[in-house]
Write a protein that binds this ligand. Structure first.
Ligand SMILES: Cc1ncc(COP(=O)(O)O)c(C=O)c1O
Length: 491
């Protein structure tokens, strides 16, 4: 990585330190270490010179020199001859970026522990079985009318495209059926966009933290992620920093920017209306297409969210907004039907490249999806009630069992994003696996090894399973093996 941060940008992120001459070198080092742990400062960033930072902070150069010295000693900074000082992670901080989709056999369950692994690595609920079976039976009944043709619909079945367009229009994003392409899930929609718009070596702007599948897509395209750290307000709630977003657009000229504005995975945050307008305006100013991942949008648990981010870009043209969605979160991941909504010209370009890929989505599944969309509002009522109860149950258990952890109550989505207060996520996840609990560690949600202080804990399971999971997590947290090497006595 070749990112660098200026003295004034670092001071802005340090928040509140500037001008405070009581700030000692230890506090400064501590703040920088925390920023590395929670992802606000990426690993592999070139930090300002001692003189520049001292000037920006309004402290003596000796304070910065001592802080940098301490951070070098602890392994959080490294000098490279001739090219300055860079952020790093100490060798003792083990990183875990393994995909949660790795086969479950990849981790070991100790023989004397309870059988039955609990999967909290995926934030995806089980299917509403009755509705799935009913929609499949309805689909089988209409299938014969489709069997007379070849079955290849590059952009999807017209009836499904119309149903998706209707739903998006009702949400506040006026959409015609020919602005919709049916895909094999939201991840497939995103992959199609990346394939059409991103070349090797291009940059792609991502939120930090973000959905791991998005980071994987960028890497597989041999492109370079540009992480833009999410911010927190005074009350600790996650928010988007428009200034950082616009600066990253200007400075790195990415091929596209990917955002999850509604029930962001993993934080659960929702972008406010003013920020939506500013983000779309900045993307248009810099000519950068936005990929808006709305697959968690319908999963509000307290109150409905406002219009989709795409609604702020009603005028198609340069800097298109491409909205992706799917039935994976609202109904079931196993349906494998999603969509891409965007300007017709962009869809045509993407369809051309798809013609040499999987060609089209399966007809039967599209018919099932059409039936599920017709039932979706009823299904969502049930799902929201179940998920809100599970969220509150897990939140209460976490507050009770882990008082040292910090967590906000998400207004939607499927998971808690927990600040462990120490860089122990990977070690905890490794240990939890031995207790039969499968989790995804914080660094999986960022780039450069960030978020070692964080853990995503989904509440998608019934409460008795969540209780069992919390017991296993408590056993893992209390185990000396869950301490990173170098912290505490590990025998
Ligand atoms: C934000 C986000 N985008 C995309 C996906 C993948 O969705 P799909 O199963 O529709 O491909 C997920 C699944 O976890 C997700 O959380």
């Amino acid at each position: 990585m070749d990112d660098q941060i200026t003295g004034s940008a670092l001071v802005r992120h340090l928040g509140g330190i500037a001008g405070d001459d009581r700030v000692g070198y230890a506090a400064l080092a501590g703040r920088i270490r925390t920023m590395l742990g929670d992802g606000r400062l990426a690993v592999g960033t070139r930090v300002p010179s001692e003189r520049e930072l001292a000037l920006a902070l309004g402290v003596g150069r000796g304070t910065v020199a001592a802080a940098y010295g301490e951070l070098r000693e602890s392994g959080h900074l490294a000098r490279r001859r001739g090219s300055g000082t860079w952020t790093a992670l100490p060798a003792s901080t083990r990183r875990s970026t393994a995909s949660p989709f790795a086969p479950s056999g990849a981790f070991v369950v100790a023989p004397d522990l309870p059988v039955g692994v609990i999967d909290l690595a995926h934030a995806a609920p089980a299917a509403p079985a009755e509705a799935m079976v009913a929609a499949t039976q309805d689909a089988l009944a209409v299938l014969p009318t489709h069997l007379v043709g070849p079955g290849y619909e590059l952009l999807g079945l017209p009836s499904l495209r119309a149903a998706i367009a209707d739903r998006l229009s009702a949400q506040g994003l006026p959409t015609a059926p020919d602005e919709v392409m049916v895909t094999g899930g939201a991840q497939h929609a995103h992959a199609l966009v990346v394939r059409a718009l991103v070349r090797p070596g291009d940059r792609v702007l991502l939120e930090q933290p973000t959905y791991p599948g998005a980071v994987d897509l960028v890497r597989h395209a041999s492109a370079r992620p540009v992480p833009v750290a999410l911010d927190r307000d005074g009350a600790g709630r996650t928010r988007w920093d428009v200034g950082s977003f616009a600066a990253a657009l200007r400075e790195s000229a990415p091929a596209l920017a990917y955002l999850i504005p509604d029930h962001h995975n993993p934080t659960g945050a929702v972008m406010d209306a003013e920020t939506r307008g500013a983000v779309v305006a900045a993307a248009r100013r810099h000519g950068v297409p936005l990929v808006v991942d709305d697959c968690l949008r319908d999963m509000w648990l307290d109150e409905p969210v406002g219009p989709p981010l795409g609604a702020w870009a009603a005028v198609a043209g340069e800097a298109p907004v491409l909205t992706i969605g799917s039935l994976s979160k609202t109904v079931w991941g196993g349906v494998r039907i999603g969509w891409l909504r965007g300007p017709r010209a962009v869809l045509r370009r993407i369809a051309t490249s798809r013609a040499s890929d999987d060609i089209a989505s399966p007809v039967l599944e599209q018919l099932v999806a059409t039936g599920l969309l017709a039932r979706l509002d009823d299904l969502l009522d049930d799902r929201r009630a179940a998920m809100a109860a599970r969220r509150d149950h897990l939140l209460a258990a976490v507050h009770r069992e882990f008082p040292e952890w910090t967590v906000q109550r998400p207004s939607g989505g499927f998971s808690l994003w927990i600040d462990l207060g120490a860089p122990r996520s990977s070690a905890l996840v490794d240990t939890a696996a031995r207790h039969g609990l499968h989790l995804a560690a914080g660094p999986r949600f960022g780039t450069g090894g960030a978020f070692e202080n964080f853990l995503r804990l989904p509440f998608t399971h019934p409460v008795d399973v969540l209780d069992d999971a919390v017991d296993r997590l408590a056993a893992a947290w209390g185990s000396p093996a869950a301490l990173p090497v170098g912290l505490g006595t590990v025998v």
